[in-house]
Design a protein around this ligand. Sequence first.
Ligand code: ADP
Ligand code: MG
Length: 297
Amino acid sequence: MTPVERLQTMLNGLGLKAVEERLEGLLEQASKKEPSYADFLDGLLSCEVDARRIRYLRARLQLAHLPFVKTFDQFDFAFQPSIDERQVQELRSLRFIHEASNVVFLGPPGVGKTHLSVALAEAAIQAGFGAYFITAHDLVTDLGRAYREGRLDRRMRVYLAPKVLIIDEMGYLPLDDLGATIFFQLVSARYERGSIILTSNKSYGDWGSIFGDPIIATAILDRLLHHSTTINIRGESYRLKDRRKAGLFPRPDEDNGRSAPFLSPQSLQNGPRRQGSAAPRKTSAPLTAPGRSTDSN
Ligand code: ADP
Ligand code: MG
């Protein structure tokens, strides 16, 4: 066995795969450049550390269940002038994660709500935070099943553990009583502990219709919005832009006002926001929500 082969066997045994793979190249480079012993070791170990970091990030990305990976650099802000770029820059600093504050993207389909949520999740993962992506419908279906099987608390931990939870497409489908109650419990449990990034095609004023009950809707919004940033996107669908160019769809200004502006969170404060503020804040049983009795489930 040559010395290099012996080294490779030992590196393999130690699990230093990246160094093992690049050993010959690193040795050849060292014989040409003649670095100091410290620099040589630095280069050798950095190669392993970098490879591990990439593997770790890849694993974290996979665990996050993102529907696609897109970044801020791939987002054309010029196409969506209603977005305040400074607000997005502030989010990119990830301060909101340190503060366990929430982010809500509101707007009609195709305006980039999921893209921006995914980009924030990707940035969070790069910075070492755990993230998990799920649609509101899948979330409520999963937790509803866990509740019926008597393992809600255990299953809830999956959605409480990551520092960033992305809940996509809130409001496309209305929630039943159990779904609304479970959603309330999740938002309460994450309140001031972990960030939620949420996307919705419904303005806050219409959330009563998602939950079928304005009291639970205000209780959820109360916690969700207490520390939060809302990005209200009032533009046209990026998906339709090419088809629109081909004249297949009318422009939004020819849309008879169907793309009505979304309400601001402030508008809620004139509504019955405080009604639900005495609601329970724990996830533990019994399963309760404001204005509902436990046996309604
Ligand atoms: P929404 O979640 O609001 O329905 P998406 O984020 O899924 O919309 O966007 C639809 C598609 O269009 C995605 O492939 C997304 O990457 C792309 N897209 C949307 N807005 C932009 C934009 N301003 N610049 C670049 N791509 C965009
Ligand atoms: Mg979307």
